[in-house]
Design a protein around this ligand. Structure first.
Ligand SMILES: [Zn+2]
Length: 336
């Protein structure tokens, strides 16, 4: 769910950013903030129907697994491995053809609607049940027993859906689509936390670095890659070169807390990308840099001291900002 609000939001955001470089968040690598950078604008509303994620060749993660189980439920021979490869794309195309949809091998809203046009309830068995279990982080055994029923029911309650324990169109949409920011799905894994973060309208991500240029490692890409379950990329021209790193769940949780509980709006300028000092914790997924707080640039009147204190309260052991060398225009919070 959170993915949905987030997808819409982010797609919109991405469109805006692509459309005008001037709106783009100019990023700051660890140690050189760009004082003229503007914060990323926020989307202004949340869709009532969760936006379906768009999946295509190269996509990975829980939603891909879900598609694969749903295809299997309809008799397509696909391996449920969470990776959207050629075979999955071919099965999707075949399904689209049979369903009278445009055949493009990409799972968007229309294909999701047809794929999920089935009802699953207590006593059911098979691949469609697995699709539900994957979304709810349950044991994937394909048996809709008591555990699955209670998880579905709790989920429906939490999302304000009719609490009947039956997975029909609305529940499918809520399960797979992006969440509304007000009702995030509780998350424990880094992937789930990243997805949850993407539903937070007050947290935005730089789409550029200030000095380095690797577009695969911007804060924006880092958080999306985490949400896709593939890990955040470091920059080719950094000390560690290009590699995939997991963002630390404690850091992601802290960002969620700063937003939800303390109501700060932050722009993250770097996670693992950019160039930092040689043994920087950034390269291990333990740090974030933020260059805007509540829309104000750090060093130009932003309440950086308050946020730095909260970072420490939330477990960060390396917290830097204006007054510290190289940090006049951003804050740095790192966990151990
Ligand atoms: Zn930093």
């Amino acid at each position: 769910m959170r993915k949905n609000a987030r997808n819409l939001l982010l797609q919109g955001l991405a469109a805006v950013l692509l459309a005008g470089g001037t709106l783009g968040a100019v990023n700051v690598t660890g140690d050189e903030a760009n004082a003229s950078a503007k914060p990323v604008p926020h989307a202004t509303h949340t869709p009532r129907i969760a936006a379906w994620p768009v999946l295509r060749t190269g996509s990975r993660g829980t939603d891909v697994l879900t598609v694969q189980h749903l295809l299997a439920a309809r008799g397509h021979a696909v391996t449920a491995d969470g990776t959207y490869g050629k075979k999955t794309a071919a099965a999707v195309s075949q399904f689209q053809k049979r369903a009278g949809l445009r055949v493009d091998g990409i799972v968007g809203a229309k294909t999701w609607a047809k794929l999920t046009a089935l009802t699953v309830r207590s006593g059911a068995r098979g691949h469609a049940v697995k699709a539900v279990q994957v979304q709810l982080d349950l044991k994937v055994d394909g048996v809709f027993g008591k555990n699955t029923a209670s998880a579905v029911s709790q989920f429906q309650k939490r999302y304000g859906l009719r609490n009947d324990g039956i997975v029909g169109p609305k529940t499918w949409n809520a399960l797979i689509g992006t969440s509304t920011p007000a009702k995030p799905k509780p998350a424990t894994s880094a992937t789930a936390l990243a997805r949850q973060l993407l539903g937070k309208r007050g947290i935005t991500y730089a789409t550029k670095h200030s000095k380095t240029v690797d577009p695969r490692s911007t804060a924006y890409r880092n958080i999306h890659d985490m949400a896709q379950g593939i890990g955040a990329a470091t920059s080719t021209n950094s000390h560690v070169g290009f590699k995939r790193v997991q963002l630390d769940p404690r850091m992601l949780k802290a960002l969620i807390t700063l937003h939800d509980k303390h109501h700060y709006r932050l722009q993250i300028s770097e996670f693992v990308g950019g160039s930092h000092s040689k043994n920087s914790r950034h390269y291990r997924g333990l740090s974030f840099d933020a260059n805007f707080i509540n829309g104000i640039h750090v060093g130009s009147g932003a309440p950086h001291k308050q946020v730095m204190k909260l970072c420490r309260d939330l477990g960060a052991t390396e917290v830097l900002g204006p007054g510290n060398k190289g940090h006049n225009t951003h804050i740095h919070c790192a966990w151990k």
